[in-house]
Design a protein around this ligand. Structure first.
Ligand code: SAH
Ligand code: DHB
Ligand code: MG
Length: 241
């Protein structure tokens, strides 16, 4: 048995992923292509990705918004959670409400977006995912302007530049409906979030986001610490009322 915490967390994540979130060829290829492109290995772990897929299933998601694409690894998990998809991403009904489910994912870096598109296509999900290049705050404003009155998002995953998380949460609320689930990644960051005196922009913003969750009457929310292959971090989850 290993003794240092990170080795132990890795071993447990290894066990859970092996039993419950086995990566298939498309996911492995996405990770390999992301690494080969020199992009940072900061995507969700497989069991976290499966949690996103499961959350999408649980709310019957047909429209999903992701802010922060990287190589599209979490995007693939989310798209597999769309209500009209089999868990390997195959379209199984496509009928339901007369239209197929869709993920819109926002990425500032055009090179990352190109890698993501290739990964998503290899996973057989090209027609289910739209990768939008640009600063997310700008893309969100465009998205809201071009689709007024369109069905709101059923699930929003916030996972981009952390100082903007409060603004992304505001947009998520604007584009939500009662029952929409909003999930935000990386809210703990080795415990830094507990430091009220921190001058770090990500910490300050994460704390502001937590205050919004606490005082916003339109959501019920909680936050959880996690340990695992991604170190010590956490998620916030909010349900729109
Ligand atoms: N969700 C991904 C990881 C995203 S990492 C996964 O788990 O697989 C964060 C991503 O947000 C990076 O690719 C980064 O380029 C992107 N990003 C950072 N600032 C951004 C901004 N202002 N607008 C859009 N994307 C941004
Ligand atoms: C970073 C970003 C992430 O979304 C993540 O899950 C881990 C790390 C980062 O910017 O360092
Ligand atoms: Mg993240």
């Amino acid at each position: 048995m290993t003794t240092d915490p990170q080795s132990l967390w890795n071993a447990v994540d290894g066990y859970f992923c092996e039993r419950l979130a086995q990566r298939d060829a498309a996911l492995e290829a996405a990770l390999a292509a992301t690494a080969a492109a020199g992009m940072p290995a900061i995507q969700v772990s497989a069991n976290q990705g499966k949690l996103l897929m499961l959350a999408a299933r649980a709310v019957g998601a047909r429209r999903i918004l992701e802010i922060g694409t990287l190589g599209g690894y979490s995007t693939i998990w989310l798209a597999r959670g769309l209500a009209d998809r089999a868990i390997d991403g195959r379209l199984v009904s496509g009928q339901g409400f007369g239209r197929e489910g869709r993920v819109v994912t926002l990425e500032a870096n055009a090179e990352y977006a190109a890698v993501a598109r290739a990964n998503i296509e290899r996973a057989g999900l090209a027609e289910a995912v739209e990768v939008r290049v640009g600063e997310a705050l700008r893309t969100l404003a465009l998205l809201a302007a071009e689709t007024p009155g369109l069905h709101p998002f059923d699930l929003v995953f916030i996972d981009a530049d952390k100082p903007n998380t409060p603004e992304y949460f505001k947009w998520a609320l604007r584009m939500s409906r009662p029952g929409t689930l909003i999930i935000a990644d990386n809210i703990v960051r080795d415990g830094a979030v507990a430091d009220a005196a921190s001058g770090d922009a990500s910490v300050v913003a994460t704390r502001a986001f937590v205050e919004m969750l606490a005082s916003e009457p339109r959501v019920i929310a909680t936050a959880l610490q996690t340990v695992g292959s991604k170190g010590y971090d956490g998620f916030a989850v909010a349900l729109v009322l």
